[in-house]
Structures are given as structure tokens and as C-alpha cells.
Design a protein around this ligand. Sequence first.
Ligand SMILES: [Zn+2]
Ligand SMILES: [Zn+2]
Length: 340
Amino acid sequence: MPQYRKDIILDEWVIIATERAKRPENFREERIKLDSAIYDICPFDAGNESMTPPEILKIDSSGKVSNSPDGPWLVRVVPNKFPALVHNAEPVSYKYGPYTNMDGFGIHEVVIHTPEHITNISSLEASRISIILDVYAKRIRDIKKNARIESVIIMLNQGKEAGASLEHTHSQIFGLPLIPAVLEKEIYGTAKYFKQNRRCAMCEMIEFELSQDRRVVYKNSNFIVIQPYASRNPFETWIVPLWHDPNFENIEETKIADFADCFKRVADFFHTELNEPPFNYYIHTGPLHLEDFNVNYHWNFKFIPKLSIKAGFEIATGIDICITTPEYTADFMKQSKVFN
Ligand SMILES: [Zn+2]
Ligand SMILES: [Zn+2]
């Protein structure tokens, strides 16, 4: 069973999950073998549904939720076959000497983006990306019913260097009985900003960026695409809703097409102008049951292409050194046909 262990020096949780356990010597082997890893049968392709656990949610070919186990589909959500977290555990913490640990309770699902064997999410039309984003909101609203889940993280790894183990385009949903450190820091940071300025930091940022037009790459009626002022990575790209809401899952259906419009353009930009770099994306939505706590939080979506390597200084200090200016990358992006 997976286990949370508290790093008592940093006061942060880590997950020790051995479901895909390797013997120590296999790490060496894997470095040699990874390049030649070819999957003859892809478990995410249409026709291979029995290779994954039964679905939690299925969208049929008309874009509606399907209640039938058979028939064509556009998106399937299934439990992860090798979960980093499990349902059948209690979020109870135990002491072990100076340490604290907790059984690895949580939710770990896989969102299969398409029945065709497609490896790049930018190959999907904006209307198909809308369906995926809507599935994310639907899953969070459902997971929220579980009072023991405190936060949901939805993320994608595309490309081996970004952590993908199967190339068929898919993303993952994690429901956690805790608030992870990065989200907690964002909440703490925006709460501190609010205390000092009586305004949401993200709302203030949007207003300023629109008045400057230096780092804004694209805008539609409901979203803005920006290169963040204090960028940590070359071409790190944020999609931020223009309205204030701590939680993504509250999104009205009518606004999802605008989100997908931004998403599709950013994915196309990476694909066509940057030659398909590996990347990660994630949604940060406020804690699920701490309404008072997250009042100043503003949900957001981040694309992080893997174009540079975090080196010793970044690892030792937590201070990222970004080798391009966000103003320069914003100019480059704005010139691309995908944003025009
Ligand atoms: Zn496939
Ligand atoms: Zn705001």
C-alpha cells in the first residue's frame, strides 16, 4: 500500500508508492532500455477497453455522458491500474519516532483523451479539448462529494522527459486528503497579498498585464494567456480566467469553449513553433472544503515545457533561473499565426 511520509525538515508530505516497484539495479537497466520501449498493444486504444479497469466516466460520440458499457466513445476516465494512492485506506496519521506517516489514501484516475492512438494533445480539435476540460470539471465536482478529499490536482505529462510512461495522450487526476505544498504556498502567497493590498493578486495581475500589453500573448472574452512576470521556465505559459473564482470546477459550461480556445492555441504553438517539446500542464483549483481559507485564491492553469534542466542551484535553493525573459517569449508567441 502506498504511504504518505512527512518530511519533518521541510514540513511537507511525500508519497512512497511501490506499485510499480523496481529493484535498485533496475533503475540502471531502465536508463538503457527506455528509448526502445515500444508498445505493441496500446491499452488506451478503441477495442482494448478490457485492458483498463472499468470506466468511472465515459463520453459518447455525441459528446454526452454515456451510461452504456459498450459503444463508441470520445473520452474515458478509468482508475489508474498502478495507483500512487488507493481508496481502501484511512487518512489517519501514525507516529514513528520523530516521524509521521499516513496510509496512502486518495484517488488516482486516468483521463484517456481519445480512442485513436494520438500522442500529442495538440492533434485534437478545440471542440475535443472542450470535452476533456468539461470532464475535468465533472470529475472534480463528483470527487468533492467525498469529504475526506481536500484537494484535486489534474495534470498531464507529455513526452518521456516530462514523465509520460504511455505515449497515448492522457492526463491524470489525483484526489488528496491534504493540501499539497505548492498549492498551499500559492494560497498562502495570495492571502498575504490580499492582507496587504485588499485585492486578489491574480485579479490585480490581469488588470496590470492588460494595461501594459507586454506579456499578454492572447485574450478572448473569458481568458487571458500570459507569460508570467516572474517566469520560472522558458515559455512557461499561464491561462487565467478573467473572472475571480477560487475553484475551476465552478466553471459555467458556456465558458469552457473559451478555455479550450486558449488551450488549443498554446498546445499548437508548442507543437508547430517549438517542435513538440515534452511538457507538463496542471490545473490549480482551490481546496475543496475550505471555503473561508481559499476566498482570495484564483484558479489557474499552467503549461510548463521542458526546455531547460533544473540544475544544482535550483535544487539546492528552490530559486529558479530562467534563461529567457517572459517579454521576449511573449513577443515571439504573439508573432505566431496560432495566436492571430
Ligand atoms: Zn493508443
Ligand atoms: Zn482574482
